[in-house]
Ligand binder design. Structure first.
Ligand code: ATP
Length: 264
């Protein structure tokens, strides 16, 4: 069962329209990158997916249930949302406590809690920091604590807001490995990102937003091959496909090995 936004719009209480009539379907186990310039409406769109915001008009359903008919807490159990800034999410005094917050709130038994916390800590590479205060951790590790706290739950959809910001190569590898594991488990990953290299390396579907609307929804090849979309969404083509174009080799090659093969 999917997440379906149908002509969903959202206006903030001050009256400003942030998302204008967006229609989008996210299937189980999909990987989708949502891209577009600041203020395009990306964060508002994903907050509608997990019930943090309810559409002002149109509808948002998660596995067939309208978010307007459910509490945010109920929708958020199916659609996890990892905030862009871990400091907006983390409040536990140690990492273990942070990871155990949801199980305690939902009164899971000790065995299930231990198993889910262990799995989330392993997937996010934070096992050796369980006794540490998150505020004493570097930003990148704190980001993984924030992700881990969401993965403890049994979400079918995980939203990551700017997951690569502040990550080095090691963090990026860990993030990709974690996304591969989620994909293998049939969990959909929806990421908002300004990192176009991450998009071409790690996603198959790209949704581009501009001026509160979706202006493109397709494969990386389709979106990064479309000059009109790139200019309207103010996106920069990643270096490798840009180089392939400038050398007159290909308008669709995205990865270095494809470009090297063309040169050879
Ligand atoms: N709490 C709010 N009150 C009023 N307007 C808001 C609020 N939050 C966002 N907006 C406005 O809604 C529009 C869409 O914002 P949104 O945060 O969804 O965009 P975004 O694409 O996620 O941007 P960014 O990449 O900067 O996070 C913007 O014009 C923004 O100024």
């Amino acid at each position: 069962m999917p997440i379906v936004l149908s002509d969903a719009s959202f206006s903030y209480p001050d009256g400003s329209l942030a998302v204008d009539s967006v229609t989008l379907r996210i299937n189980d186990g999909e990987r989708i990158a949502i891209v577009g310039q600041n203020g395009a409406g990306k964060t508002t769109t994903v907050k509608m997916m997990n019930g943090l915001l309810k559409p002002s008009s149109g509808s948002v359903t998660v596995d067939g249930l309208a978010t307007t008919d459910q509490t945010t807490a109920t929708t958020a159990r199916t659609v996890g949302y990892v905030f862009q800034n871990p400091d907006d999410q983390i409040f536990g005094s140690d990492v273990q406590g942070e990871l155990e917050y949801m199980p305690k709130y939902l009164k899971w038994d000790a065995e299930v809690t231990e198993q889910r916390v262990g799995r989330a800590a392993k997937m996010t590479g934070i096992r050796r920091f369980l006794k540490v205060n998150p505020n004493d951790l570097p930003f990148a590790i704190k980001k993984f604590v924030a992700i881990g706290a969401i993965l403890v739950g049994d979400c079918k959809y995980v939203i990551l807001d700017e997951p690569t910001a502040g990550l080095d190569d090691r963090g990026l590898k860990l993030l990709n490995r974690m996304m591969d594991q989620l994909e293998a488990e049939g969990v959909a990953v929806i990421a908002i990102t300004h990192d176009m290299r991450f998009v071409v390396d790690s996603f198959t579907r790209v949704v581009a937003m501009a001026n509160r609307k979706i202006i493109a929804d397709g494969s990386c090849e389709e979106v990064f091959g479309n000059d009109d979309v790139l200019s309207r969404a103010k996106l920069k083509r990643p270096e490798v496909p840009q180089l392939a174009r400038e050398l007159g080799l290909s308008t669709t090659a995205l990865h270095l090995n494809a470009v090297v093969a063309l040169i050879r």
